[in-house]
Design a protein. Sequence first.
Length: 619
Amino acid sequence: MRANYHQNQKPEAALQRAYEFISVGKQRDALQNLYDLIKGRRQKQWSQIHEQIMLKYVELCVSLRNSTVAKDGLYQYKMLTQQVAVKSLETVLSALLTLAEKKTLEAQKSSIEKMEEIDDLDVADMPENLLLSFVSGAVPQDRMDRTVLSPWLRFQWDTYRNCLDLLRNNVYVEQIYHHIARQSFAFCLQYQRRNEFRKLSDMLRLHLTQVQKAQQAQTIPAHAIKLTNIDSLTLMLETRLCQLDTAINMELWQEAYKTAEDLHNLMQIGKDKKIAKPSSYANYYDKIALVFWKGGNNLLHAASLLQKFNIYKDMKKQFTGEEATDQATRVLLATLSIPDGAENPSILSKYLDVEEQHVTNTRILSTLLRMAIIPTRNGILKEIARLNIPEIAAPEVFKLYKCIENDFDPLIIASNVQGMILEIERLGEKLGYEFGQYSSSIKQNVAVKIMKQISSIYESITLEHLSEIIPFYNRMQLEQFLVDICKRHLVFIHIDHRQNCIYFGPEVAILASELENENGNISEVSKIKMHVASFYSILQDIYLEIDQISVKELQEKLARQIKIYLTHKDDDFERILGRRKKIEYYKERIEQMKKEKMLQVQMLANKQEEKRRTEEYKN
């Protein structure tokens, strides 16, 4: 801005002059006058008049939508007030944000522009749009309306970002910093600014990294935030919890996971000081359980809810009644939704040779739950049995647990489970919980368990009978389910559509018995397989002894095949050898052609280089 006003004028005179400019409609001159005063070197001691000047200053900045000048003035005012009048700085920042929010709300009411039509607020108007406006002459009304909201959203976003950047790593203003950060989350949620929320999260993560680096410096400034301070860590934890809640509400699951990592790291820093209250940990586990559920990780989802249950149990000596029942019901349903072998790498991981990476990633995720080892389904089942969670849970869920884990009858269990799940869904609607979210996972786990057991008993089964045993799916869904479990190597089957049935092969029974090893049933299944195989061998020997004619015919057929082989083996050998020579010749020919092509390219490059040098000499 122009610096043509007096630098040595008094604050009262500058404010009066600004009012005079405003009265004649010269807002820019009024802002310039106040800007020159704030930037002046004489303003070294704060007084109440400075607050009045800054309030008028930010009002003019909002009216003119000038975030850059606002940032410069606020920086000077922060240097003036951070040690003597922090409350005044908070008042000025609050006034700035309130005015910006008010203008944005007014613009939203008068604009027809939709939130999803506004992309990145850091990107200005596209050149082609501006060119279209100038070429068309009179801008249509709808185009004017559609440009009302975007500038004010951009200004409010710049204001939040500038304020956070201005107040970072400063112990005197950290209360204001965290308050504005939470206001920024509310802004992103209200206007569904997904890109801005990601940038805001990255900014806060960068600020935290800068705080950590400052702790390692030889000389730490007096105003620097110290991570050994309980109040500072508490503010950071509360802000990250608000950030995690906003990410979940906006369904930004990747950002929610990153925020959970930040929360875990802060909790690790302050674990000796016990800054986090048990209720904060419970809130953290509840939110991260939702993140794991949305990510399809049922195992860690159940582990998160189990950790939350343990915290409630430790926090309340008399953890009984409806609250305990509700928490236990969620834990038990989440555990029943875990598929068998969920902790093991997938088949694709084995094929791609990334099993170690899978284990590493799972271990990292487990650390977010403050677990020293990777949880397993069997481990969680043992833990909930130790804590008497099935008995504490709702009777309907306890009945389902016993039906699946204890009284498993593959021919009738699916029908029983379907009725129980309907009761549980009605119970969830009555209590206000989404118990129905576990229905599909529990049904699939029951169906997989049924298929494993009947594959070790039946050699084949009709699709109609299988549909009666597993009534969860229609015909198309049932076939898709069968294909899926084959793809995951849970059961091997062959579907015969002409006979309208499925067959279980010998290798299928072996695989099923191996999978049943986890439940301790392999020995009995293996014994049956061995007896059946031995019985088959004995019957085969008896058959061969009885049917000597067939054996003689087989021997004659084998002798003829050997004779044919001996007659033609030399010709076949020569043919195979000639094919090898032909392949070698083709390979040598291709190599020669490549060399010739490379030589031509090199010669062409040399000619071009020589031509370029000749032209340079001429010039």
